[in-house]
Design a protein around this ligand. Structure first.
Ligand SMILES: *[C@@H]1O[C@H](CO)[C@@H](O)[C@H](O)[C@H]1NC(C)=O
Ligand SMILES: *[C@@H]1O[C@H](CO)[C@@H](O)[C@H](O)[C@H]1NC(C)=O
Ligand SMILES: *[C@@H]1O[C@H](CO)[C@@H](O)[C@H](O)[C@H]1NC(C)=O
Ligand SMILES: *[C@@H]1O[C@H](CO)[C@@H](O)[C@H](O)[C@H]1NC(C)=O
Ligand SMILES: *[C@@H]1O[C@H](CO)[C@@H](O)[C@H](O)[C@H]1NC(C)=O
Length: 428
């Protein structure tokens, strides 16, 4: 455990963009990227470890906020814009192996040699705003006696596991349920008995009921029934006090969208001779229906919608250097992609509309806008360290990378820092 101390190593090596000079047609690249994403998004068959270790108290490393900007106001702050600034040890709050994170996101155990990606904190751009480091006692205090549920795709799971680790570094906990399907981590639930809190994750990548490729990777496309929400999470919606909805990546995949027996249209399936409807309107419909369900379930105190967190594949999907950056992008080096911005806007618009509609009611609807901060962190993904010791037998020419999820610990911990501030602000 003592090994988990801040290390002031600087790895500023960047992949050479001229290394592979070959020209890849844009559509081919996109198709391959789609396949890579599908492979990542589909449940990898790696078997889950049996026992959960109840973490002993890990030493907290107090972050030093040297770049004070006057007051340290937190409530009412806009965290959606800002920049990553160096803060030694800021993201070194737990050991991913000890809190049993998904093996493909346990970068340190898998042999990722650099650790500088753990030395950044998010500085909001809004004047007078600071984002405090995660405070487990404050979080559990804010949700005492409550059920915190994450619903969506594997980014929802990534954030749920981050939260369990952040809390578990200071408080005892145990796994109370995991889906029997080995290795998938679709439905897990943990308990924090000191505060009578449960944390769950519900895998529902389209939020709506879906079959096909999302169940079985060898099938060519998904069939998504937008009129019906996915069974498991929607049946439990009335038992969620805080619901964090986070999804998006699966909507880019080939799919047929239905409203009952009527085909609304297809995405990336021209051969079926239906109207192409793209993925933005189905995404909006799924988000809208999910908020409606959660807000009307009568239980939820907070419905939090996370915005899109993009992947960073920079070369061919199986190029070992496709996401080998070791530093966040600097301000101005990278903008939010137009498509990611559209997904982000849809979540913001639907959240704003729902918040206005539920104003004064028992349920708060909030946006957790992580698109910018996630966009700026190409260095935070497992990359080839999604597998253990990938270079044990030399550097292969082709190697699969995960440039989508974040290492745990890693930048996704910041999503939970913001979630905590949203929960605290709503008590005012
Ligand atoms: C995490 O914990 C495991 C098991 O206790 C230990 O072997 C490993 O060295 C720790 N990792 C770090 C980065 O401290
Ligand atoms: C724990 O919380 C549940 C609601 O989530 C409540 O029904 C129960 O009474 C609480 N138990 C204790 C011991 O406070
Ligand atoms: C997945 O689909 C393929 C092709 O239709 C089929 O042969 C296979 O049995 C399916 N696997 C499962 C687990 O349903
Ligand atoms: C589905 O059909 C119903 C009834 O015709 C309609 O009210 C609803 O707006 C439709 N939903 C979508 C997403 O088209
Ligand atoms: C789509 O239309 C083409 C051309 O009319 C036809 O050959 C093909 O069979 C149709 N496919 C389906 C799935 O209906």
């Amino acid at each position: 455990m003592g090994a988990y101390q801040p290390v002031h190593q600087q790895h500023s090596q960047k992949p050479s963009s001229t290394h592979h000079g070959r020209v890849v047609l844009a559509w081919l690249f996109t198709a391959v990227l789609c396949l890579a994403l599908l492979h990542l998004l589909c449940c990898s068959p790696r078997a889950a470890r049996g026992n959960v270790v109840v973490s002993p108290l890990l030493q907290y490393i107090t972050s030093t906020y040297t770049e004070g900007r006057g007051s340290t106001s937190t409530s009412g702050c806009d965290y959606s814009e800002g920049q990553w600034v160096r803060a030694a040890g800021h993201a070194r709050r737990y050991n991913g192996t000890e809190c049993n994170v998904k093996g493909s996101e346990d970068c340190a155990r898998n042999g990722r040699p650099d650790t500088g990606y753990l030395d950044w904190r998010w500085q909001p751009a809004a004047p007078g705003c600071q984002l405090p480091g995660f405070d487990a006692a404050a979080f559990l205090g804010a949700v005492r006696g409550q059920h915190v549920a994450f619903v969506g795709d594997s980014m929802a799971r990534n954030q749920a596991e981050s939260l369990v680790c952040l809390l578990g570094a200071s408080f005892p906990y145990h796994l109370v349920y995991r889906d029997p399907e080995p290795g998938t981590r679709k439905f897990w639930r943990w308990a924090f008995p000191t505060h009578n809190v449960t944390v769950s994750v519900y895998w529902a990548p389209f939020l709506a009921r879906a079959t096909g490729r999302c169940d079985n990777y060898s099938l060519p496309y998904n069939s998504v029934h937008l009129e019906t929400l996915a069974d498991r999470w929607s049946a439990d919606a009335g038992a969620m006090d805080v619901a964090v909805v986070s999804t998006g990546h699966w909507f880019w995949n080939p799919s047929v969208y239905y409203n009952g027996s009527e085909v609304l249209g297809t995405h990336l399936l021209p051969q079926l001779n239906h109207t192409g409807i793209g993925f933005l309107s189905p995404f909006r419909e799924a988000i809208r229906a999910s908020i409606r369900r959660l807000a009307s379930a009568g239980r939820a105190r907070a419905v939090v919608l996370a915005t899109f967190s993009p992947a960073h594949f920079e070369k061919a999907w199986d190029d070992p250097a496709t996401c080998a950056r070791r530093m966040p992008y600097t301000e101005g080096e990278r903008e939010v992609d137009a498509t990611h911005a559209q997904l982000r806007s849809i979540v913001r618009e639907e959240t704003t509309a729902a918040a206005a509609a539920t104003d004064g009611g028992a349920t708060r609807v909030e946006v957790l806008d992580v698109t910018k901060l996630a966009t700026m962190r190409p260095d935070g993904h497992p990359g080839v360290y999604m597998k253990r010791d990938p270079f044990a037998r030399g550097v292969p020419e082709r190697l699969q990378s995960d440039c989508l999820h974040f290492c745990l610990p890693g930048p996704v911990d910041t999503f939970n820092e913001i979630l905590l501030q949203l929960l605290l602000a709503k008590r005012d």
